[in-house]
Design a protein around this ligand. Structure first.
Ligand SMILES: Cc1cc2nc3c(=O)[nH]c(=O)nc-3n(C[C@H](O)[C@H](O)[C@H](O)COP(=O)(O)OP(=O)(O)OC[C@H]3O[C@@H](n4cnc5c(N)ncnc54)[C@H](O)[C@@H]3O)c2cc1C
Length: 342
């Protein structure tokens, strides 16, 4: 049987992979995205558990890039994105109520294979014009003329063939801080005194930065039928705490960080939330080993090898932000498209 060869395979359906594919399909290329995760979004993904939903990676973003700004403005109109008044940064963009609908909208025109963990990419060094063969765990290999890697730098480093020394060198320069995240869900009767004491609480998220907690946001969703309010809480530990504990079992910290969060909330007079329930319906920890880029490679580092038709994308090439990831993905796609035009 004749093997099918895609114009492009993009590895990673985080925001940089989505951006790369978006640019490629606009240029009429046939593109397949492979991602090892169950859902798209990477570090901008949402975990949903029954009545609770958590954006457990990126929390909000800003944008100056024209293309990305236009996409975000459309998403505001269609209500996948909302504007949020950040206590320190002013107006920022958030998922409405989480990022899942935004990611679904962005990925809807794209061909994506989820649960597809790429284990190996291969092209003989002496035959750069051959197509790439891409091995996927528990699946058939796929083939592509061009390939774009958009995962965090250390993961891209493992996949890159040894002969692509300059690209490998670039991946070695990126550095990250890890982040331990706690996802907690509590249920409260709508008649609870915490709402009577603070009528604004239901519509205003609780934001907290204290002690071992670098960021925490808690948002309510309501069911009048069940007379219940559901509080979905995200707690991000500080880089110091996360670095110290990233190799430990995350379940060791879940209770401590939750207790710390509650103790800060209970002593915060503004919140008047002393009646927060003792019972917790859902609690889970998540370790982001490569959470926030703290060092990008030098500007002169190679990001594309046109001879071998391979490019790198990802926030680690531009900076620790959603928008940087978007721009890096587009740049990777353009760098390979420009080869076609030569
Ligand atoms: C806790 C946390 C908080 C953050 N807060 C903010 C914030 O408030 N604002 C902001 O702008 N940014 C924030 N960021 C950073 C932001 O999330 C990232 O910059 C952005 O999401 C990176 O996108 P990316 O596409 O480059 O990488 P990723 O989102 O990491 O995407 C890489 C994808 O590659 C896939 N992958 C990896 N290896 C393989 C493989 N072998 N085979 C197949 N698929 C593979 C992964 O599953 C993943 O989907 C935060 C990040 C974290 C973790």
């Amino acid at each position: 049987m004749l093997k099918h060869v895609y114009d492009f395979v993009v590895i990673g359906s985080g925001i940089s992979g989505i951006s790369a594919a978006n640019t490629l399909i606009k240029n009429d290329k046939q593109v397949l995205i492979l991602d090892k995760a169950r859902n798209s979004g990477g570090r901008l993904s949402t975990r949903i558990h029954l009545t609770f939903s958590f954006d457990h990676g990126a929390q909000f973003f800003t944008t100056k890039d024209l293309e990305f700004s236009q996409i975000v403005q459309k998403a505001i109109q269609t209500q996948e994105i909302a504007i949020f008044e950040h206590p320190e940064k002013g107006k920022v963009y958030v998922g409405n109520p989480v990022f899942r609908p935004f990611i679904s909208k962005l990925t809807s025109p794209l061909e994506i294979m989820q649960n597809a963990s790429v284990t190996y990419i291969e092209k003989p060094q002496d035959r750069p014009d051959e197509c790439w063969s891409i091995s996927i765990a528990n699946n058939q290999p796929v083939f592509a003329e061009n390939i774009i890697l958009t995962m965090p730098a250390p993961q891209a480093n493992v996949l890159l063939p040894d002969y692509l020394t300059e690209l490998k060198q670039a991946t070695l320069q990126a550095k990250y801080d890890p982040c331990i995240a706690i996802l907690a869900g509590v249920e409260v009767p709508l008649s609870s005194s915490i709402f009577l004491e603070n009528s604004n609480l239901l519509v205003t998220p609780i934001i907290l930065k204290k002690g071992n907690i670098s960021w925490s946001i808690a948002k309510w969703s309501l069911s009048y039928k069940k007379n219940t309010a559901y509080l979905s809480i995200i707690i991000h530990a500080t880089p110091e705490f996360s670095s110290k504990n990233i190799d430990e079992d995350v379940s060791n910290f879940v209770d401590n960080l939750w207790e710390e969060w509650k103790s800060h909330i209970e002593t915060d007079a503004k919140l008047k939330a002393s009646a927060l329930p003792k019972h917790i319906s859902y609690i889970e920890g998540h370790k982001w080993r490569y959470a926030r880029v703290i060092k990008t490679p030098d500007e002169e580092c190679a990001r594309t090898d046109q001879k071998y038709s391979i490019a790198l994308g990802g926030d680690w090439l531009k900076g620790p932000r959603i928008e940087s990831a978007w721009v890096s993905g587009r740049n990777a796609a353009i760098s390979l498209l420009s080869k076609d035009k030569q």
